[in-house]
Design a protein around this ligand. Structure first.
Ligand code: CA
Length: 227
């Protein structure tokens, strides 16, 4: 799977350089040039790693870092600091950044640290099976099983993946194109009606059966599960 990296750096020259190098390594790159936009992208795009400059317009890197951790998001963060900003560096680490690089940095070293951070993230995720839940509904990724209270909910592979995707992105209105891309894959040539069909299946197996209102329709957009 391609990992998505977010670069938050206001110096366009550095940002562009990082983007090219990291794309070359096979990462998908998104970029923001100020702290506020960067934070929005963290929440909306769920990157796998963030390269965060500390001196940023609108909202400082330190503040971005603090807010990410405050929202219980443990995405790896590699800070970029100017050479003599020792106090910023310490503060950044205190705010929960995982690592830092001092500018100017050797790109090979940054790429190595990105690889290490991603590897560590994958390892910790595999140790910690994700429990996704909604009221009494639980998705156990390790067993690939869905339960409602004491009942086992039998789902097909696509139903499972769709439910999982909706639960993983709770409180986010997911549009049909995005769902199709994530659950059915880039290669799927079909129209988005298939999603409505599968949502109907899930609703009959869960919402109607257990009398809950879990999957909500967002008119003109797609679907959402609220917390
Ligand atoms: Ca800067």
């Amino acid at each position: 799977m391609e990992h998505k990296l977010l670069i938050i750096e206001d110096e366009k020259r550095i940002s562009r350089f990082l983007e090219l190098e990291l794309k070359h390594e096979g990462y998908e790159i998104i970029a923001a040039f100020d702290g506020r936009t960067g934070l929005d992208l963290v929440n909306n795009e769920k990157p796998d790693l963030i390269i965060l400059d500390l001196m940023l317009p609108v909202m400082s890197g330190i503040e971005v870092c603090r807010r990410i951790r405050q929202s219980k998001n443990d995405v790896p963060i590699i800070m970029l600091t100017a050479k003599d900003d020792v106090s910023d560096k310490v503060m950044g680490l205190d705010m929960g950044a995982d690592d830092y690089m001092t500018k100017p940095f050797a790109i090979e070293e940054l790429l190595a640290r990105v690889r290490v951070a991603i590897k560590r993230k994958i390892a910790s995720e595999s140790l910690m099976p994700k429990m996704l839940e909604y009221e009494k509904l639980m998705v156990n990724d390790q067993k690939r099983q869905v339960t409602y209270g004491d009942d086992i909910v039998e789902l097909t592979k696509k139903e499972y993946e769709l439910l999982r995707y909706l639960l993983e992105n709770k409180n986010i209105a997911l549009n049909r194109e995005k769902i199709l891309e994530k659950v059915w894959g880039y290669d799927y040539y079909g129209d988005t009606n298939v999603i409505d069909v599968y949502v109907r299946y899930l609703r009959s197996k869960i919402d109607q059966k257990y009398n809950v209102d879990m999957i909500k329709t967002v008119r003109g957009v797609g679907y959402i599960i609220y917390d």
